[in-house]
Design a protein around this ligand. Structure first.
Ligand code: FMN
Ligand code: ADP
Length: 352
């Protein structure tokens, strides 16, 4: 099967089809770029220049690993070598633990990020018993060389592969060299204190509400992408209507609390058109003041009113403002939300 991104939703196309349409996210990336997403190697476009890894977050370190497969891309388009990110689905950690593994970039976001980097193809290797049992040599020969017809490969310095993670980046280099396939081993990118940038450090920063650090390591703003659904209808009553977001179930959420955010609205009726860009305040939490029990993510757009139900919002998180609290009354909550809006406004103005 192939997953096709179209109008920001996924369609599953059976593998029996001889012709598979290209994914066109022209309006999304603003530069007319499109990406092909295949969840079986037999459906992939070949030959390939491969960046290999888990790539959760597509952070600055990942971008450095992807860079070598993009070099010379314009020339290679004519030679038909497809810059290809090869990753695993589900995340290997989920496969081995049997527990859901929340992601910084669930599939749809990953596709969008790769598309904006001008990667031509994403191949999702089904991470199952069979794949995890391949020896390093089998993995390289069967998957990368025979099936994906790799002409060059890029991995991070700490990349491990094959059964029991036996293979290291250097082993990949040695095995591929037998077939004259160069392997680019990219040194680990570091943050300002020279600690390696990793999905784990970004998760830790988000868990602590350290959005500034998470955004620095990502090289962009941490983003939540979801559809506006109905809530308890209390927001309008207290003077602060909030768009309640339905997010992918595997999206990693930052620490509970209140944030200053930027919001873009994508119409669900027009294809991928970003309608606007707004400032807002967001609460992630269980709303203890109204005795909530489920975690919700809700955004109030500053100086705006209108109908957002069913719209798709892109929420870029800018700053953690405070932790969620249980207030004694709705009036106290309302006063605090008014203060939050003032704090967010001051923050945005200080950055102008
Ligand atoms: C900026 C902001 C801060 C909030 N802070 C809290 C809070 O500290 N404690 C709380 O119980 N709810 C908080 N909320 C959530 C409100 O309780 C919630 O928006 C209200 O119950 C309306 O929910 P509804 O959209 O389901 O109608 C906050 C909401 C916003 C927009
Ligand atoms: N400034 C605003 N920010 C967010 N939503 C707004 C705003 N103005 C109007 N709305 C609309 O109000 C809805 C939220 O109102 P609310 O009373 O909180 O209902 P619900 O509990 O269903 O979220 C939003 O989904 C949106 O359609």
């Amino acid at each position: 099967m192939v997953i096709v991104l179209s109008a920001l939703s996924y369609y599953f196309v059976t593998s029996e089809k001889n012709y598979l349409p290209r994914i066109d996210v022209q309006n999304l990336s603003q530069n007319g770029f499109s990406i092909w997403v295949a969840n079986a190697t037999k459906l992939s476009l070949t030959p390939t220049a491969i960046a290999l890894g888990k790539f959760d977050g597509i952070h600055l370190g990942h971008q450095k690993v992807i860079q070598p497969i993009l070099e010379g891309q314009n020339r290679e388009i004519t030679d038909k070598i497809y810059s290809t990110v090869v990753t695993f689905d589900p995340h290997p950690q989920q496969f081995f633990s049997g527990q859901p593994h929340n992601l910084l970039t669930p599939l749809e976001e990953k596709v969008e990020q790769l598309c904006s980097l001008k990667v031509k193809q994403l191949v999702l290797l089904p991470f199952d018993k069979e794949l995890s049992a391949l020896t390093p040599t089998e993995f390289v020969e069967k998957i990368l060389i025979q099936q994906l017809k790799a002409v060059r490969i890029s991995v991070g310095q700490d990349f491990r592969f094959g059964s029991c993670r036996l293979g290291a980046a250097e082993d990949l280099q040695i095995i591929a060299a037998k077939y004259n396939i160069p392997v680019h081993i990219v040194p680990l990118a570091g943050d300002e204190e020279n600690s390696p940038i990793s999905s784990t450090t970004i998760r830790q920063a988000l868990n602590q509400g350290d959005i500034i650090k998470a955004n620095q390591l990502l090289g962009r703003k941490y983003t939540l992408v979801g559809t506006v659904v109905e809530g308890e209808k209390l927001g309008t009553n207290i003077g602060f209507p909030t768009a309640n977001l339905e997010l992918p179930s595997d999206k990693f959420l930052p620490k509970k609390g209140v944030y200053a955010v930027h919001v873009s609205i994508t119409s669900s009726t027009e294809e991928n058109v970003l309608k606007s860009d707004y400032r807002g305040v967001m609460n992630i939490g269980i709303c203890p003041t109204v005795n909530g029990t489920q975690v919700s993510v809700e955004v109030h757009l500053l100086d705006w009113s209108g109908d957002l139900y069913g719209e798709r919002l892109l929420v870029k998180i800018e700053k953690f403002l405070r932790s969620e609290q249980k207030f004694n009354s709705l009036k106290a909550l309302t006063n605090q939300i008014r203060c939050d809006c003032d704090t967010a406004n001051s923050f945005f103005q200080s950055r102008c």
